[in-house]
Design a protein around this ligand. Sequence first.
Ligand code: ADP
Ligand code: MG
Length: 397
Amino acid sequence: MTDHYNVISKQSAQNKRIVMRVDFNVPMQDGKILDDTRIKRVIPGIKTLLECSKQLILVTHLGRPKGNVDNTLSSQPIQEYLGKALSMPVRFILHIEDPSQLSEAVDSHDKICLLENCRFYAGEERNDQNLARAYASLADIYVNDAFSCSHRSHASIQAITGFLPSYAGPVLAAELTALSDVLESPKRPVAAFVGGAKISTKLSVLENLISKVDKLLLAGAMANTFLAAKQIPVAASLYEPDLIPTAKMISELAQQQGCEIILPVDGVVSTKLKKGGRFHTRLNGALEDNEMILDIGPASVALFKEHIKDCKTILWNGPAGYFENPNFANGSIEIAKTIIKNNKLNKIFSVVGGGDTVSLLNSIKAVDGFNFVSTAGGAFLEYLEGKKLPGIKALNQ
Ligand code: ADP
Ligand code: MG
């Protein structure tokens, strides 16, 4: 499923007016940006394009205004951020009721403009052709640098590609390359470490992964359902009893396809989620009825480390435990440290993604230790499911 898309180059951007979809959907409070990770990433690409293009028009969404003007979700606070980051004035284009008049609002002398939240238009989420045509009327070419939005068939992601020559932006291209280096043409052996809360939401991810990876390391609450499927009691732990047959089916499929599934052999358990509760290490099967497995135990950490050491490529999604309580963060931290150590020695290529996984890594300042950290939530998971993302598919045509 190799993608064939054109990546924007200085040559293709030369003297062009560019409309570029970015993901500036950043956490904000009272007009203040709380986390600028997503914006920071695209700044170098924006600078390069500013050097060669005639004009750059940025389009983003922010939150879920559902087609209504909601000033608390205005993208205007990002104007100031961009101005500082780029050391140049950035024109903010206020919302215009009738999008066909957008082109009149954009002055050709402004080097860089930021449009108001595109989801103020109901047509955005409807993938409306007229809205897409209105965006397209602002430019000569279109660039998508928002991988995290590319699982959406929205006007500024999908429909617009029908009106302009379309390119992948540098960050989107890097994300796709990293993901394909893991799933399409990895250095083997390749492992996936999957943790987190629910099998039900990641079922198709597991199904797709077992056909791609040599080892599937399962941890977190995700592993509990697999333990239960092997008749290992998980007592009061979070697990999904309805999905025991599914866990069995996945285990069988994995065996047929030569993918080894590795489960924890012990856990850190407690009767309470909250801080301050007592906790113990228990081997599988030794839980009391009211205890929950909240982290992988030391023997599991050692086991997973051995498997990780054997691998040349690793993909990680989902924490190994209930890391929100520091008593149960150790497993995830140890896994992170192991990957980072092998990464430094150039022994392993590592890609990590997932909202909670990345916030865990941010909290221990470990994001720089991986080859690629995906900030995309839904799009990352859909890619791991093996789905074709509409925004990427649109670039292929
Ligand atoms: P991501 O956002 O990285 O894709 P998920 O949303 O699937 O990850 O899962 C993250 C959540 O899983 C976290 O809130 C974490 O506390 C929880 N979790 C992980 N292991 C356990 C466990 N053993 N028991 C309860 N919750 C767990
Ligand atoms: Mg999550």
